[in-house]
Design a protein around this ligand. Structure first.
Ligand code: SAM
Length: 280
């Protein structure tokens, strides 16, 4: 089988399995199976796959047809230009969260040696992207999941980015409280889906850890807890930025009281998704 034939066959099977981005995913699977770059792949359409490459590709394809996330199969995810290791115990970073990083970087513009705390870091995506763009920043990231923190620390080491990681339930430990009281920016993409979404999420989303997804009946359980804790701990002028569900971000804004400023920002699809709160 040639590369061209394999690409068409994989794309057809992915399409039949209900995968929307079948063409792109076919390329990604093939690139990884034959260890060629995108341009090498396209420039050698008649190159034959070895028996070993065909076996690997077939095994991956069967897993993807079973709706296992591509990122789990390839053990990699891409976020804000960084390649991150991911696996079943950790949330796969989503493209819309890149916009949260943009908002963080805008908030930090003009601030020398900023101090940043990320709450619920998962694979480390947000914290590492900030540290990468702002090497002068002191970045600390937390999560309640030890598995996530191990993955995040591996990513930091692979990328050579100095981010510190701590285990905590939101801001509920003395060490994290002390950090929260001296940062200029706190950022979080907390679990924010309403519990009822369990019945409707895609098979791929079902592979994310439950504790990374669901925020109680309203979806706002963790976000509201964090907002209250942050309001008590942040110093005047400090900012809390959160990514939320477009369905509940306005409710979160309305229940956030006692801040000097509160505003909502849209994602690139024009949906209200991010809440920015400034401590008075
Ligand atoms: C939606 S994921 C976001 C992960 C990562 N920040 C990202 O954007 O890709 C939410 C993360 O919050 C963590 N988390 C859930 N409850 C938490 C809590 N009470 N305290 C700290 N982290 C929590 C989860 O383990 C998960 O890693």
């Amino acid at each position: 089988m040639t590369l061209e034939e394999a690409r068409a066959q994989v794309a057809n099977r992915l399409r039949a399995a209900g995968i929307v981005s079948a063409e792109v995913e076919a390329l990604l699977l093939l690139e990884a199976a034959v260890k060629l770059s995108r341009s090498e792949l396209i420039l050698s359409p008649s190159r034959e796959l070895t028996a070993r490459e065909q076996t690997v590709l077939e095994q991956w394809l069967v897993r993807r047809e079973g709706r296992e996330p591509l990122q789990h199969i390839l053990a990699r995810s891409h976020f804000y230009g960084l390649e991150l290791v991911v696996g079943p115990g950790v949330f796969i970073p989503r493209p819309e969260t890149e916009q949260l990083v943009v908002l963080c970087l805008e908030t930090l513009r003009g601030v020398a040696d900023p101090k940043v705390l990320e709450v619920g870091t998962g694979s480390g995506a947000i914290a590492l992207a900030i540290k990468c763009r702002r090497p002068d920043a002191e970045v600390v990231a937390t999560d309640i999941s030890t598995e996530a923190l191990n993955v995040a620390a591996t990513n930091a080491q692979r990328l050579g980015l100095a981010v510190s990681f701590l285990r905590a339930d939101l801001l509920d430990t003395p060490a994290v409280k002390e950090i929260a009281a001296r940062v200029g920016l706190m950022v979080s993409n907390p679990p924010y889906l309403p519990d009822r979404d369990r019945a409707v999420v895609s098979p791929e989303v079902k592979r994310d850890p439950e504790s990374a997804l669901y925020g109680g009946r309203s979806g706002l359980r963790q976000a509201r807890r964090l907002e209250r804790q942050a309001r008590r701990l942040l110093t005047p002028g400090a900012v809390l930025l959160m990514e939320l569900d477009p369905r509940n971000v306005r409710a979160a804004l309305e229940s956030s009281r006692g801040w000097a400023d509160a505003s909502i920002f849209e994602d690139l699809a024009g949906r209200e998704r991010f809440l920015k709160l400034v401590k008075g």
